[in-house]
Every structure is written in C-alpha cells, then in structure tokens.
Design a protein around this ligand. Structure first.
Ligand code: ADP
Ligand code: NA
Length: 330
C-alpha cells in the first residue's frame, strides 16, 4: 500500500458518540480513508483506565464500532478493529513504558488535570501510563500522520520522543510520526453552554447531541440552544458563542460557507436558523443511528467485520513487535 499510514481511535466510553465526535473525527476519517492507509480503532484498553462496568463496556465497544461503520467508515477500504483484540498494543506499551522517564510521564498536563480532579487513590497507574499506550498504538503501525486536536499534542510529542529514543538506543525501528491537522475541522461547543466544548462529560444533557438520540430529542436540543439577546445572525465566536456554534455546525454538515449562511439568515430571526439547522442535523444523524441499530441486529456479521480488521491489524503490528523484541534482547 503506497498511501501514507494513518492511525486514529476513539474510546467506547458511552453508548453514543456525539455531534462533536461526528464532525471533529468521523467526518474527517471518512474523508481520509481513501487517501490514507487508515487504521481506525475502538480503543477499549484506554477505557479501563477509569472504572468501567464490564457489560456496558462490551456493549459500548460494539456500538462504537457500529457507529464508525454507520457514519461511512468502510471496513473494506480501511482497517477497522478493536484495540484489545490486538495484543501487540499492550505488549509494546510495556516496552515503551520501560524507556519512559517517571518525571517525563508526570509532566503530561492531561494526567495532572484528571488526577487532580479524582484524587490520587482513585487515579489508576493505567491513567498515568495512558500516553505510553497511545504511543504504542501509533508506533506499531509505522503511522506517519496522526490527526490530533490541541488536547493530544503533548501526547503526540511524547510519542515522537519515545520513537526517537528507541531508535537511537536500539537502532532504527520506528517511524517518527507527524501531527496532521485536518483542514478547517470545526470545534463544536455545548449547546447549553456554548463556551465549553461539546463533550460526553457535559454538565447538562441539553447541551450534548448524541448520534443515538431520538431524532425528536435532537431537534428539540437544537431549537433550545442557548443564543444571545440581539437578533443578528453573525459569526463572532467571542461575542456570540451560541450563534457562532450553530453556524459552524450548519456549515460543517451542509458544506455551505459561514458567509453564505450569514447572508441567507440576514434579517431573519434565530428561530428560522434553528428550525432549519435542526432539520439538517436530524437528516444527517438519523440515518447513522438507523444504520447503527441495523448493524447491531446482526451481531455475527459485525463480529466478522471486526475479526477481519483485527487480523489485518495483527499482521502489521506483530511484525513491528517482533523487530522490537529482537532489538531489545528478547
Ligand atoms: P470527549 O471530549 O467527548 O471526551 P474525546 O476526547 O473522546 O471526546 O474525542 C474523540 C474525538 O472526537 C477526538 O478526535 C476529538 O478531537 C473529537 N472531538 C471531541 N469533542 C469534539 C468537539 N466538541 N468538537 C470537535 N471535535 C471533537
Ligand atoms: Na476527552
């Protein structure tokens, strides 16, 4: 395969991905699966770094994979798999953990934030070494480009450091990956609190649009989105966060420019904009939801697709791991 290799994944941490995941990740993944030799993973090993319910995790993992496919990830075009089905991830993470400084890992700001919130006894060692597992995810496949948001930049930097360190100690083994900034991928904000990122850990369910929500619920959330007191449809994230967020969602899903949308809604009320946007969002997400439910109704076929992906991923990953084991003296 001559295409550049790309690895990306999301955690199966709830029963539904949200509109931020759809616009910020899935739409880009679908667009990239042709130009890249793409590995798209459901990173369940990462999910157990915080307490999980086994039954829920198992269901959420399959439902997340089904949502990838339903959103347009084509298992025959890319390698779609579940992380725990490829043991090389955990094995390489152990090796990389052994060349990571304790202080170096301790400087990861995401860990510092999360552990500060939880307290140190509630914080697992797995959460501490999470960025090392992420490095293993990337390095196993010779990933050249990693699509990363701002929050993952420091982790990607650690991945690069570990790859270079291993290469200089044990001989050239890993490709040192570069950050790939998907062009103009919008950041989506919470509908009820439009200065906060839309996130599964949203303060109120009203702000979070889920792929698996009932379409009526979705429409209602859009129509109830927090806006501002004037009536001007104008993109101005600093002063008009709510309206700007609605415009970027609209633009991302319709392919129309923000300027064109501002013109169309010039002099009309927010109600019109919300009503039309609700339709756009429902028209986009409800087929994804329906297709997800269909895929879940045929568990044998979903398992078959995931097993094909796991086999493909294993074949690549095991080669890297064999070289690593040889180089370090196993
Ligand atoms: P969450 O913030 O809900 O925990 P994750 O951090 O697991 O979501 O993000 C998974 C993927 O979805 C990442 O690629 C991330 O960039 C993207 N993503 C998450 N939230 C948003 C958002 N609000 N806007 C755009 N992209 C997002
Ligand atoms: Na997150």
């Amino acid at each position: 395969d001559a295409r550049p290799l790309l690895f990306s994944g999301m955690q199966p941490s709830s029963d539904s991905l949200h509109l931020g995941n759809y616009i910020g990740a899935l739409l880009n993944w679908v667009a990239m699966q042709r130009d890249f030799d793409a590995y798209y993973c459901v990173v369940d090993l990462h999910s157990i770094t915080v307490a999980q319910d086994p039954k829920e995790l198992r269901a959420n993992t399959r439902q997340t994979a089904a949502q990838y496919i339903a959103a347009g990830i084509d298992p025959s075009e890319c390698t779609l798999f579940i992380q725990s089905q490829v043991p090389a991830h955990a094995e390489l993470a152990w090796v990389l953990g052994s060349i990571t400084g304790f202080g170096e890992a301790g400087r990861m700001t995401q860990f510092k934030d999360k552990s500060a919130k939880q307290g140190s006894d509630a914080t697992s060692v797995g959460l501490f070494t999470y960025p090392v597992l992420m490095a293993a995810d990337i390095l196993l496949y010779g990933t050249e480009q990693v699509p990363v948001g701002e929050d993952q930049r420091q982790h990607l930097e650690l991945t690069r450091t570990l790859a270079q360190r291993f290469n200089s100690r044990f001989g050239d083994t890993f490709v040192v990956p570069e950050a790939y900034i998907p062009k103009e991928s919008a950041k989506i904000y919470d509908l009820a609190n439009p200065t906060a990122k839309m996130s599964k850990s949203a303060a109120s369910p009203a702000g979070l649009v889920n792929i698996m929500d009932d379409p009526k619920v979705t429409a209602k959330k859009i129509k109830s989105a927090v806006t501002d007191a004037d009536r001007e449809v104008r993109f101005d994230p600093e002063n008009k966060a709510g309206i700007s967020n609605l415009l970027s969602i609209y633009s991302s899903l319709s392919g129309r420019t923000i300027t064109a949308l501002e013109q169309e809604y010039d002099g009309r009320g927010y109600g019109d904009l919300k009503k039309d946007l609700a339709e756009v969002v429902v028209d986009t997400l409800s087929p994804v939801r329906t297709r997800t439910l269909e895929l879940l109704e045929d568990p044998a076929e979903l398992d078959r697709l995931l097993a094909v992906g796991a086999d493909k991923a294993t074949a690549t990953a095991e080669k890297t791991l064999a070289t690593v084991y040889d180089r370090i003296g196993f």
